[in-house]
Design a protein around this ligand. Structure first.
Ligand SMILES: Cc1cc2nc3c(=O)[nH]c(=O)nc-3n(C[C@H](O)[C@H](O)[C@H](O)COP(=O)(O)OP(=O)(O)OC[C@H]3O[C@@H](n4cnc5c(N)ncnc54)[C@H](O)[C@@H]3O)c2cc1C
Ligand code: FES
Length: 348
């Protein structure tokens, strides 16, 4: 078995033990410490931190886009790629005090396909039932890593449901890429009863509780999944916070869960659903909002001082939404996001 070392995180004063053969981020997740992260593959820089003490660290393959050489030399590291070979003290640059200690330890599980149906022409609604263990607790908005059958690769997918409502079930909304390793298989092969292995829960795209602040959700494509989970959770608990969900799609054929979202407007008095089409077709008969979702937010959201924002979808949409929300008054640290990075996103 590999040696273990102690890694201390500042300024929060949390210590964990890390095996040499696991990354620091992974060890923290296994011990229920929810550190900021995104891709877990050294591409997005969300987990970038500063090494205050110790230097015997090895990094798995990463993108110099996420950690340029000069930053590495200054002492920065990527926790999702870093292996500790001595005791270390790490300064977290990007952390959320409310979330860090509220993590649920990750588990490995086997699950069975309950259904796998299209929800649009290029998105599928996959429902799994956990077999071993039969339940995993997760916070609405979190995700799991699913192993691509027959490979050593994993892909991350956000749950669209809540664990309180559907104990043992995991529901996903997954975009199909024509050559996508997992999504192609999902579209063509995966059938009811098939088994999948997964690990989780991961992620910090979860509702900060105990507050009355307004909420703004901005989603595109499969970014629907974790936002739907957050909204479903609010409905289950009768939360009355004022909330608006701006959802961007190309044409009306790309919209999904419309009926449920309209139903949520009835259940949640402060909630409004605003879908917008960027390329409505002539035959769409669309009378709703049009344009890029970020432009629609700019036009309609008004002053957002004090609000909390949740943004999820393809990386360019998330990046375009951040300055729009900041300009409208959302504090930068109150913009929570999950970028659905894929293997096609920039690597160097
Ligand atoms: C935190 C997180 C949560 C996520 N949640 C969801 C979710 O809920 N739903 C969802 O649909 N997705 C989600 N994703 C994205 C998901 O994990 C996968 O990346 C995505 O589904 C693509 O996987 P794939 O195996 O189907 O395609 P991949 O095989 O990864 O390929 C994706 C696309 O990129 C192209 N491609 C691959 N490699 C290259 C290359 N080198 N150069 C150019 N093009 C290339 C492929 O042809 C294909 O079109 C999430 C990602 C993250 C990080
Ligand atoms: S989570 Fe470490 S670089 Fe993306």
């Amino acid at each position: 078995m590999a040696d273990k070392h102690v890694v201390r995180f500042e300024p929060v004063g949390i210590e964990i033990e890390v095996d040499e053969d696991q990354t620091i981020l992974r060890a923290a997740a296994e011990q229920g410490i929810m550190l900021m992260h995104g891709c877990k593959e050294g591409q997005c820089s969300s987990c970038k931190s500063f090494v205050l003490d110790g230097d015997d660290i090895d990094l798995d393959k990463y993108s110099t886009f996420a950690l340029p050489d000069y930053e590495k030399e200054e002492g920065f590291t990527l926790l999702c790629r870093a292996h500790a070979y001595e005791d270390l003290t790490i300064e977290l640059l990007n952390y959320d005090e409310e979330m860090i200690r509220s993590g649920l330890p990750i588990q490995e599980a086997a699950a069975e396909v309950v259904s796998n149906e299209p929800v649009t022409h290029d998105m599928r609604h996959l429902v799994l039932r956990l077999v071993e263990p039969t339940e995993i607790k997760f916070f609405p908005g979190q995700y799991v890593d699913i192993k691509v059958p027959g490979t050593d690769e994993t892909r991350s997918f956000s749950m669209a449901n809540t664990s309180s409502r559907d104990g043992g079930l995991l529901e996903f909304v997954i975009k199909v890429y024509p050559d996508g390793l997992f999504s192609h298989l999902l579209d063509n092969q995966l059938k009811v009863g098939d088994r999948l292995e997964l690990t989780g829960p991961f992620g910090v795209f979860t509702l900060r509780e105990g507050l009355e602040t307004d909420l703004i959700f901005v989603g595109g494509g499969a970014g629907m999944a974790p936002i739907l989970a957050l909204l479903r959770s609010m409905a289950e608990r009768g939360l009355q916070r004022k909330a608006t969900f701006f959802y961007g799609a190309r044409g009306s054929a790309d919209l999904c869960f419309e009926k449920e979202l309209r139903g949520l407007e009835e259940k949640l008095p402060g909630f409004k659903y605003v879908p917008a089409l960027s390329e409505p077709a002539d035959g769409d008969g669309w009378e709703g909002e049009t344009g890029l979702i970020t432009d629609v937010v700019k036009r309609l959201a008004g002053g957002l001082k004090g609000a909390h924002a949740y943004v999820c979808g393809p990386p360019p949409m998330v990046e375009a939404a951040m300055p729009v929300l900041a300009t409208a008054g959302v504090e930068e640290k109150r913009i929570y996001y999950d970028k659905f990075t894929t293997t096609a996103d920039p690597q160097q």
